[in-house]
Design a protein around this ligand. Structure first.
Ligand code: ZN
Length: 405
């Protein structure tokens, strides 16, 4: 393997080592065949004798050798890597770091917000996708929840996960030799997602926060957290408020500027919010009903034409949009019988009262206890792969342009 300039002449997934900036190299790493993301970029950052990797790849057969071959082209070995800076807990970003650490003691750093998700992912025998299944039931998709759980392979992936050596507490500066990277908190894709900005070089190591061709899934990790899409949109605006930079995404080719893609993602979610609100106004009650009224992936497919995994992501993403609309007062919620959340137009008190005595989730408050939290969160990253297609939890079917996953 030799180092070549990343000029976009070949598909971004082609194995190799690509120079993207002085001292910064992109190494595309393999993903399981069933992943529509096709590859994940690891970025090697050098300064003097220091060598740090941003994200690690998916611990699968051949991945470690691929990484070693890439580093060899840079005159380095796996044992020379001083630290993994991991953008988030998902399997395609985190688990190869764990494997390499077992052999070389390499330091792993990840955002503090990933603590609950990583802890649960490392718990032996846990029920995969439990948080997602619970959320599906709350959002009117009980049959889909059953289908999701029935389709899981009985594989315990807990051994792939271990806590990091240290938790990043962004905003936080991280030195790599003479270079200075800044970890910026960008919750949304996961609770503790961070991007790394190198202001001096005009680089944005974006992880899955800003991807060039797909809309990242929202809040998909083992432990539910509240308001994932609200957080995600705020994180997009945060990055939009930084000086524009070269976009170094985890999936997809490097782009000269990040801001146009951030604008496109914000616009996409605006359209999605409008469409979601319109469906509630036309009488859809649950996130499941709304999701059935929307179109999915770049190919504008109806929900029923997605596979089980992507139908799950679609319903959870719809719930996340409804959660944002509720926070804005554009829809309201009521609890129907049982645990189901029903949405109503407007945000004023709905036709049915909230649960007795709760003062609760009822009508208009920005946050009902119910809907949000659970809404989208789920396992993991790790749940993904064997059992279901898109491992990487990474990129949801999300909206419009997501086709990729
Ligand atoms: Zn990813």
């Amino acid at each position: 393997m030799t180092v070549i300039t990343d000029d976009g002449d070949q598909p971004w997934t082609t194995p190799g080592v690509y120079r993207v900036a002085p001292g910064v190299f992109r190494i595309p790493m393999p993903l399981p065949d069933e992943s529509r993301l096709r590859a994940v970029n690891v970025y090697a950052v050098r300064s003097g004798a220091d060598l740090v990797l941003v994200d690690s790849g998916w611990a699968m057969r051949g991945a470690r050798d691929r990484l070693a071959a890439g580093l060899a082209a840079l005159g380095a070995e796996l044992g020379d890597v001083g630290r993994f800076l991991v953008t988030h807990q998902h399997r395609d970003h985190y688990t190869l770091a764990v494997e390499v650490r077992r052999a070389f003691g390499t330091r792993i750093s990840v955002g503090i917000g990933e603590q609950p998700g990583l802890a649960l992912a490392a718990t032996p025998g846990r029920q995969q996708l439990q948080a997602q299944a619970d959320a599906l039931r709350r959002h009117g998709a009980g049959a889909l929840a059953d289908e999701v759980l029935a389709g899981l392979r009985d594989v315990d992936t807990s051994q792939l996960w271990e806590p990091p050596d240290d938790w990043l507490r962004p905003p936080q500066e991280v030195a790599v030799g003479d270079r200075l990277l800044r970890a910026v908190p960008t919750p949304g894709h996961t609770r503790g997602h961070v991007v790394f900005v190198e202001p001096g070089a005009g680089l944005l190591f974006a992880g899955d926060h800003v991807l060039p061709h797909i809309t990242p899934s929202i809040g998909f990790e083992p432990v539910a957290f509240e308001h994932p899409l609200r957080d995600y949109l705020a994180s997009l605006r945060l990055v939009r408020g930084l000086p524009d930079a070269r976009l170094l995404p985890a999936h997809g080719p490097v782009q000269e500027r990040a801001h146009p893609r951030v604008d496109a993602l914000l616009a996409h979610h605006e359209r999605r919010l409008d469409a979601t609100q319109a469906l509630v106004e036309r009488g859809a009650h649950t996130a499941y009903e709304v999701a059935r009224g929307l179109r999915w992936t770049r190919r504008e497919l109806p929900l029923r034409e997605l596979d089980t995994f992507n139908r799950m992501l679609a319903v959870l993403e719809t719930a996340a949009h409804l959660d944002v609309l509720e926070g804005l007062g554009r829809v309201g919620t009521v609890l129907a019988e049982g645990p189901e959340v029903h949405y109503t137009p407007g945000g004023g008190p709905g036709p049915a009262p909230g649960p007795p005595g709760s003062g609760g989730p009822g009508a208009s408050g920005p946050a009902t206890p119910e809907a949000p939290g659970a809404a989208a969160a789920g396992p993991s990253a790790d749940a993904g792969p064997p059992a279901v297609p898109g491992p990487s939890a990474a990129a949801g079917p999300s909206a419009g342009r997501t086709a990729e996953r």
